[in-house]
Every structure is written in C-alpha cells, then in structure tokens.
Design a protein around this ligand. Structure first.
Ligand code: NAG
Ligand code: NAG
Ligand code: NAG
Ligand code: NAG
Length: 340
C-alpha cells in the first residue's frame, strides 16, 4: 500500500521534472513598503534557511496601473523605487511585491502594504541654525530635502512648531506653532542665558509631524544689538581719543606757536600798518560829499467825484496845487536849485 503511494509520488515528481518554477522556494517575509522624505522603498526579510545565492526581484503598482518591474536579481533586502528611472507621483497610492529566486526556481510573490506617498511618508527633521543677537535669538530653519518634489510643493500649508527652553530645563519648554516663515526671532528671553531650540514640521495632510530637529543651543548676551558692534565702536572711539592726546603732546610746541605766535612783525611793516593813510585817492574819497539825489516833484490829485463817461480827464476834479503853468514853474526852480 505505502509502496504504491511512494511509487506514485516518485512518478509524479519525475513527471514534473527539473523545471520547477513558482512556489518551490520559501517566500520573503515581513514585506513592507516605506517612505522617508518622499522616497519609495520596499523592504523584506529573507526566508528561513535561505541560501546565500538567493536573489530577489521586485515590482510595484500604483492604484491605477498593473505591476511594473522594479529591481531585478538583487541580493540586498531592499529596493528603492525612487532610484530607478521611473516616474512616481507625490500623491500616488503604491503597493510593492517581491519574490525570491534561486537559479530557475522562484518563490511566490509577496505583496506589501499600500501607502499613499504624501500621507504616509515620514518627514525628516528640519535643519535649524541659531544666531544670537543680543537679548534675542534668530532661528533659521531649512526644510528637509525630498526625494521627489519639495516640502513646500507637496504640503502647501506646512508650519513649524518651535520649542525652546533654558538649557537643562526642558520640562519648562515653551512652544510657538503655526509659523510659516523660516526665520523667526525669539525675543522673550532672559539675558546671559543658554537656550536650546528644537523644531518640528506640521502639515495638514500628513497626520504625523516631522522628526524633531536636533536640539541646538545658543546663549543670549546683554543688550540689543550685537555685543561685538558695541565693543568695536568703543574701541574705535578710545583709539581716536588716545591718538588725539598723543598728537597733542608730541606737537604741543607747534600747536601753541600756531595759536599764539611769538615772532613779532618787522618794525617797518608795523609802522606802515599803523601810519595814517596818505594816498590821494583815499583822501579824495574821505573829503567828497555824498552825491546829490536827483528827484522830480510828484503831485497827488484826489478825485471828489467819479469820472463821468465821455468827459475829459481835466474835468475830473479841481487841481489841488494850482494850474499847469504853476507846475512848470516849480519844475524849473527845482532844476535851477540842482544846477547851483
Ligand atoms: C530615464 O528615462 C528617460 C525616458 O523614460 C530616458 O530618456 C533617460 O535616458 C533615462 N535615464 C537613465 C539614466 O536611464
Ligand atoms: C535574473 O536571473 C535569472 C535567473 O538566473 C535570469 O534568467 C535573468 O535573465 C536575470 N535577469 C536579469 C535582468 O539579469
Ligand atoms: C544643516 O545645515 C548646516 C549648515 O548649512 C550643514 O552644515 C549641515 O550639514 C546641515 N545638516 C543637515 C542634516 O542637513
Ligand atoms: C509643538 O511641539 C511640542 C513639543 O514637541 C508639543 O508639545 C506641542 O504639542 C506641539 N504643538 C503643536 C501645535 O503641534
């Protein structure tokens, strides 16, 4: 009976021959599709008791396409689809699969979980730099670099959550969130104190915040304005003051000579300057009389009544100071006065 079964099994396996294809090998385990900073990587564990020459072939599918070939005949336990020359959409839904191969033998395909890239990717930590500015600290944030696209393209409303605390007092940390600018000034800080800062990115579509940045620390100093500016200004002013004093001491003789000269003017020069002027032109100028002013007498005539239309101007009003001939006489006498 058992011999008959054995013979049947032998015959069956002989019929199948050496061309064993799918299912003969153990399948990879723990197959998972992951994403970090928008890459797309399939990972798996090797099957139990796998030969060292075992290789793997992978494939991937988006929700709208059939499976496509990924990495082929690789021996490592992961395949980065974003490294292949294939187009991957930042909003796509993807599933991966993998099978083991040994020579002509293959295992069955093992499918991974499905992921939606923008929702499920793990956002890496931002890069934070601090600059002390007296009593304030400037926080400068750099977004993580994405494998496809860029953080601000994928997530239009990404915001920063900035947490800061006095060094050694993390339990008393304060946070400011919903920050969109990548430069922020922390200004409610104590003087001469070391602060540490950590930043996370929140997005509206990815339920998880980014990995927190490495905590970076920086100390505040005394006043507003960089302390070295005050130091440099003080130094320059002091240096100028010292230089002035040195110059004054070294050249004190020259300076006092310049301000109150001891050398007197030559005697003949002094006499010349003090002597009364004797030039004929000066004398003429001093003795001359101011020139007479030439003038004409002007008569002001008041009108008692308005000028009537059509009537000659002479009729407008009675002359105040006599007739025309009287005026002429007065002009003549003025001329005579000027001639005398
Ligand atoms: C990537 O693919 C494009 C078109 O699909 C092709 O033109 C290009 O040469 C490829 N580059 C590499 C490095 O394979
Ligand atoms: C992968 O390995 C199999 C079996 O050794 C071979 O038939 C196939 O041509 C290889 N494919 C590539 C792309 O190297
Ligand atoms: C963060 O930025 C600094 C300065 O730009 C750079 O040296 C450093 O490599 C960056 N770190 C990361 C993780 O990007
Ligand atoms: C900001 O980060 C801190 C520390 O990680 C956390 O306690 C707080 O809930 C976060 N706030 C927001 C709005 O994400």
């Amino acid at each position: 009976m058992s011999a008959t079964i054995c013979a049947f099994l032998l015959t069956f396996s002989a019929l199948r021959g050496p061309t064993v294809v799918s299912g003969a090998l153990n399948r990879p385990t723990n197959v998972r599709l992951t994403s970090y900073n928008m890459n797309l990587v399939l990972r798996w564990d090797s099957p139990a008791g796998a030969a060292s020459s075992l290789v793997y072939t992978t494939g991937y599918t988006s929700s709208v396409t059939a499976y496509r070939v990924g990495c082929v005949n690789i021996s490592r336990l992961e395949c980065d689809f974003t490294r292949l020359n294939i187009s991957i959409s930042e909003y796509g839904k993807y599933t991966g699969r993998v099978r083991a191969q040994l020579g002509a033998e293959s295992s069955a395909w093992v499918e991974s979980n499905q992921i939606t890239l923008d929702k499920d990717t793990i956002i890496g930590s931002p890069n934070v730099s601090l600059f002390t500015n007296g009593a304030t600290i400037d926080v400068s944030i750099k977004d993580p670099v994405f494998k496809i696209s860029a953080l601000r393209n994928v997530y239009n409303y990404a915001t920063y959550n900035i947490t800061y605390w006095k060094d050694g007092q993390k339990e008393k940390a304060r946070s400011i969130s919903n920050i969109q600018q990548n430069r922020v000034v922390l200004n409610d800080l104590d003087l001469w104190t070391k602060y540490c800062v950590q930043v996370q990115i929140n997005t509206e579509r990815n339920p998880n915040p980014s990995k927190p940045s490495r905590a970076v620390c920086e100390s505040t100093t005394n006043e507003k304005g960089a302390p070295w500016v005050a130091a440099v200004v003080t130094f320059v002013i002091m240096a100028m003051a010292v230089a002035l004093v040195v110059v004054a001491v070294v050249y004190r003789k020259c300076i006092s000579h310049f301000l109150c000269p001891k050398d007197s003017l030559p005697q003949h020069f002094k006499e010349y300057l003090l002597a009364p002027p004797s030039s004929p032109m000066y004398l003429a100028m001093r003795n001359s009389h101011p020139p007479e002013e030439i003038y004409h007498q002007v008569s002001i005539i008041a009108h008692d009544r308005p000028v009537e239309e059509g009537s000659p101007l002479e009729a407008a009003g009675p002359p105040q100071w006599g007739s025309d001939s009287g005026k002429r006489d007065r002009l003549k006498s003025t001329e005579a006065m000027r001639k005398s």
